[in-house]
Design a protein around this ligand. Structure first.
Ligand SMILES: C[S@@+](CC[C@H](N)C(=O)[O-])C[C@H]1O[C@@H](n2cnc3c(N)ncnc32)[C@H](O)[C@@H]1O
Length: 216
């Protein structure tokens, strides 16, 4: 299966609609394809995307879903979500227009075996809720860890703290790929992966907060 080739007409549709909407934050095609391969390889049954955008990464992951699997994709922006929903009409895909942090707080423990984190919540806030929603041995993929044009000033220390906090957790394993837009893959080894000293560490506290900083 060559996902980019198979999906080319839909990719073009999404790109056209994104440009009409003025949406410029679509996922890197290589990263979308990478997620699709991981979803297929894992045989993921419950997939969560935080940050639908206009659906480029959703499109790839939807194509990789096993029979009977489900993908929930969350974005706070109704216009973006509508573009995605128009392009992706697979009944296994559910679009939620909601704040991803609020959504994560409603999730049952261990309920997703693949999470693609492509919005602020679940990455630089609500990290505990995201890891709580991830099933043991599931995969949690975090995007945009290499400098991006739209990064606010002084964002690099947040990225460094996120990677350092994950590396310090005995209950997860992490591989960071200095590739494409910068991707980390995390798997959960323990049901409770966050030790109290990590949660209380002053430099990591923002990762467990429920608020976004004012420069975002
Ligand atoms: C990098 S883009 C996602 C790109 C998308 N995965 C794609 O391939 O097109 C980040 C998205 O996060 C959404 N977003 C920002 N804050 C959010 C929040 N608090 N909850 C949910 N989505 C949010 C934005 O509306 C934007 O669509």
């Amino acid at each position: 299966m060559n996902y980019p080739q198979t999906l080319a007409p839909k990719i073009a549709q999404i790109e056209q609609a994104s440009s009409a909407l003025g949406f410029v934050a679509s996922c890197d095609l290589q990263v979308a394809n990478f997620c699709a391969v991981l979803v297929a390889g894992l045989g993921a049954k419950r997939v969560l995307e935080l940050g639908t955008g206009t659906g480029l990464s959703t499109l790839f992951m939807a194509e990789a879903l096993a029979e009977g699997a489900q993908l929930v994709s969350v974005d706070v922006d109704a216009d973006c979500s509508a573009v995605a929903a128009q392009a992706i009409t697979d009944a296994r895909v559910q679009f939620e227009v909601a704040d991803a942090g609020g959504f994560l707080k409603t999730c049952q423990p261990n309920c997703f075996d693949f999470i693609f984190a492509d919005a602020w919540p679940g990455k630089f806030s609500h990290l505990d809720a995201a890891l709580n929603a991830l099933a043991p041995n599931g995969l949690y993929v975090i995007d945009d860890l290499l400098p991006q044009d739209n990064w606010p000033k002084n964002h690099q220390p947040r990225v460094d703290a996120l990677l350092a906090a994950l590396e310090a957790m005995d209950g997860v394993a992490l591989s960071y790929l200095d590739w494409a837009s910068g991707v980390a893959i995390v798997t959960k080894l323990d049901e409770q992966p966050i030790a109290p000293e990590i949660r209380q560490h002053a430099e990591y506290a923002f990762l467990f907060s429920e608020t976004m900083p004012s420069d975002i």
